[in-house]
Structure formats: C-alpha cells, structure tokens
Design a binder for this molecule. Structure first.
Ligand code: KG4
Ligand code: ZN
Length: 414
C-alpha cells in the first residue's frame, strides 16, 4: 500500500503499522449491506479539494470539501503551484472524511470517479494520482470524469430531468451553453471567447477594491458586486452588452471589463482619489456592471433556446434550461434568465448553491450516471492522463452562428 506523505506531497510505501493506522481511520461496518452501488467522487480540478460518496439512487452518504478561496483571495488570484500544494496537503484528509461520514469502507465502493479534465494541470494531477493509488490498492474500477459534464448533469441528482435539456454554465472559470442529449452526449452551442463572467466580476471587484469595503471583505468578487448593486442605481452608467451584432451564442467579457476599468479610472480622477480607495459611485458601477452582464448572458441563452427549438432539438414547450456554476447563484442574473424562460415557455432549474460550485458530489454522481449507462468504466488505468484543456461535446457553435437567429427584444425589468 502507498499513502500520501502530507508534507512532501508524494506517495510512499509505509510500514505495516502505518497501513493499519490509515485503514483504521475509516469507519468499517463489515456487517452492513448496501442495496445500491456506491461511488466515491474526487474533485481537484481548480481550487477546491472535494470528495463525496453517492449511491445509485442519488443519496449523498458523505461529503467533504476544502476550499482554497481564502488563500487565493489574498494573492489576488489562483497561483497554480500554491493550489497544487494545498490539494496535496488536504486530499487524504478530505477523502477520508467523506468516506468516514458515509460509513462506507473503500472495499465496499463500486467505483472511484475522479475529475481528469479540463482544469489546472497541477491541480488535476494531485487528484488523479491519489485516485489511481486508491484504485490500485482496493482493486476498484476507475471512472474518469469531465468536469463540465459533471456540472451539467448535477441537476439530475436533485430533480427529475429527462434528456434533452439545455445547460448554461457560468462561473469563474466556465462560460458555455450546451445541449445535453445523454450522459456523454453534448452539443456545444457557444462559449466565452475570452474570460468567464465570474472572472470578469472578480476583476472589477478587485479594481473597485471591494475587499476593503466593510460589507464585502469576505465575499467573492461576484457576490460583492451583487451585494453592492442592491444599493446602487444602474442608470447612472451606460455600458453596452458585448457582441450585439454577432448572432451566435458565444460570449465575451474582457472588452466590457476594459471599458469598466477606464470608467473607474476616470471616476477616480473626478473624485480625486487614488486607486485602492473606494469610489463613492462603486455601488452604481456594480449595479450597471451586473445589469450588463445579465443582459448579455440572457440574450445568448435566448438565442440558444430559439435555435434548439427551430432545429427540433428541444421540446416546443416545457423544455428545461439548467443554470449552474458560481455565477448562477446571482439572483439578478437568474431573474434575467427567468424573463427569457417565461417568454419561451421553458422551465428554469438551478441546483442548490452548494451543488452549483465545485464539489465532490457532482463527480460521484457523474460516476453513478456512467455506471448506470455502462459508459467509460475502466478496469485498467494504464496510460490514463489528465487533460488541462478539453472541449465539451460536439462543437456546433459555428452552425448556430450561421443560423443567425434574431432574438426578439425583451424588457429586462428586474
Ligand atoms: O463555480 P465557482 O465556485 O468556481 C469556479 O469558477 O469554478 O464560481 C466562482 C465564481 C467566482 O468568480 C465568483 O465571483 C462568482 O462565481 N460568484 C458570483 C456570485 N457568487 C459567486 N458571481 C455573481 N454573483 C454571485 N452572487
Ligand atoms: Zn467548475
């Protein structure tokens, strides 16, 4: 048996005593009988070390998560070697906690599912090598997981949602619209051509120094913008939604971010303050930024719904739009999307907040979905590699753009 040396971050062959210590740290229940298959999910693609045990019926038996957000907030962004080190320091404890909470011993697992793509190379590597050791040690099947597919299918754990459905993933690292036709059958309709909306909101919040704001000091950038926006008047600033002429479902946020940066610089001059101090108009800027981002996301999503309906890819009525990712917890953006789904006779669904952001449950659940469908279950892990870059499904975004669907104007009265 090999175990992870927490400080060195490497696996080593321990003494027999250490093996008993490690195995003894799990709560074994040898007499217990599980009716369902059990999957351990492990997630380390970005800045969360997470693990969970989920059964075939979708019951979450145990979970644990270690978030690195606080550390990365201090450095103003994720530094990959720092993220890697933190994953190394926490993965064994997190997996152990998830297993202990579930009262499942590793030998009772049906499979181990782990995110292997896409994500930060250094982060993915920690989860993969730890998982492969477990797989080898307990002789379990391995299920490699695509992080975005896992986000997209999470809704089927909490709601009865049949294929096909549309999914919008918006977070700090993701921004895409896809049609989900099956467990591993995705059509990519559009994605961000530059940065993700959460990344942009984080950058604007940093530029506005919201971390120094007494009400926002512990919030992520996006959450701080949502919080301050409630106190501001969006009409004091007029930012145009990006890509208004491009009749596709792609997104762009960095141009808008630069326009906002310039505006902030100008306001600092007008107010006679230094960069790093909080503008008196910060709340108005936050409100205008949030509104513009919401309108941009809503418009692209509206076009995706119309495209899918036009091509018979979605039911004409009662089609489902799932919104997930950290930015999906923004209630203003959700309201904008609700206006779109009401106008197109769709149902808007959103997983609970803790399942919208990165977690181990979604990985374990994706493992369950794959186990049930008999897709991608490996009994030999030789040659398995992580893939930092990996598209989601079949990219039909060009076809979507060629259809050039004109989206009717909706009144965004939020
Ligand atoms: O899904 P997530 O936890 O991590 C990844 O990016 O994968 O999402 C984090 C992102 C951050 O950019 C954060 O600023 C944003 O989601 N976010 C929000 C809100 N809460 C978190 N953005 C807008 N409104 C919020 N309430
Ligand atoms: Zn994610």
């Amino acid at each position: 048996m090999l175990i992870l040396n927490k400080t060195a971050g490497v696996f080593f062959k321990p003494s027999r005593r250490k093996i008993y210590e490690f195995l003894g740290s799990f709560h074994f229940h040898p007499g217990k009988l599980f009716l369902h298959k059990l999957v351990l999910g492990i997630e380390t693609s970005c800045d969360d070390t997470a693990a969970a045990v989920v059964d075939e019926a979708g019951n979450v038996l145990g979970e644990a998560i270690h978030s690195q957000t606080e550390v990365h907030l201090k450095t103003g962004g994720i530094i990959p070697p720092v993220a890697q080190q933190l994953h190394r320091e926490n993965i064994q404890r997190i997996v152990q906690e998830a297993l202990s909470a579930s009262e499942v011993s590793p030998s009772e697992l049906s499979a181990i599912a782990t995110t292997i793509k896409p994500g930060l190379a250094l982060s993915l590597g920690v989860g993969l090598s730890f998982s492969l050791q477990l797989v080898d040690q307990f002789k379990k099947p391995f299920i490699p997981i695509h992080h975005m597919e896992a986000h997209a299918l999470t809704i089927r754990l909490t709601n009865k949602v049949e294929f096909p459905f549309l999914v919008l993933l918006i977070s700090g690292g993701h921004c895409l619209l896809a049609l989900v036709r099956g467990v591993s059958d995705f059509l990519l309709l559009g994605k961000s051509l530059d940065i993700a909306p959460g990344d942009m909101l984080d950058k604007v919040a940093r530029r506005l120094s919201l971390i120094k704001h007494p009400e926002c000091s512990t919030m992520s950038g996006g959450k701080a913008i949502e919080h301050l926006a409630k106190q501001g008047n969006r009409l004091h600033f007029d930012f145009q939604p990006p890509m208004q002429r491009a009749k596709n479902c792609d997104f762009s946020f960095s141009g808008l971010q630069h326009i906002i940066d310039k505006m902030i610089m100008q306001k600092e001059k007008e107010e006679g303050i230094e960069q790093g101090q909080i503008l008196s108009s910060a709340a108005d800027i936050a409100a205008a930024v949030q509104h513009t981002v919401a309108c941009h996301i809503a418009k692209r999503t509206h076009r995706a719904i119309l495209f899918c309906k036009q091509r018979g890819l979605l039911r004409p009525s009662n089609a489902v739009l799932v919104v997930s990712g950290g930015v999906a917890s923004n209630l203003y953006i959700r309201k904008a999307l609700e206006i779109v789904t009401n106008a197109t006779q769709c149902t808007l669904l959103c997983p609970p907040a803790r399942l919208c952001t990165d977690n181990g449950i979604m990985i374990a659940w994706n493992g369950v979905e794959r186990l049930r469908a008999g897709l991608g279950i490996l009994h030999n892990t030789e040659g398995i590699r992580y893939e930092p870059k990996c598209p989601l499904g079949v990219d039909i975004s060009k076809e979507v753009g060629e259809a050039a669907i004109k989206v009717p104007r909706l009144k965004m009265k939020i």
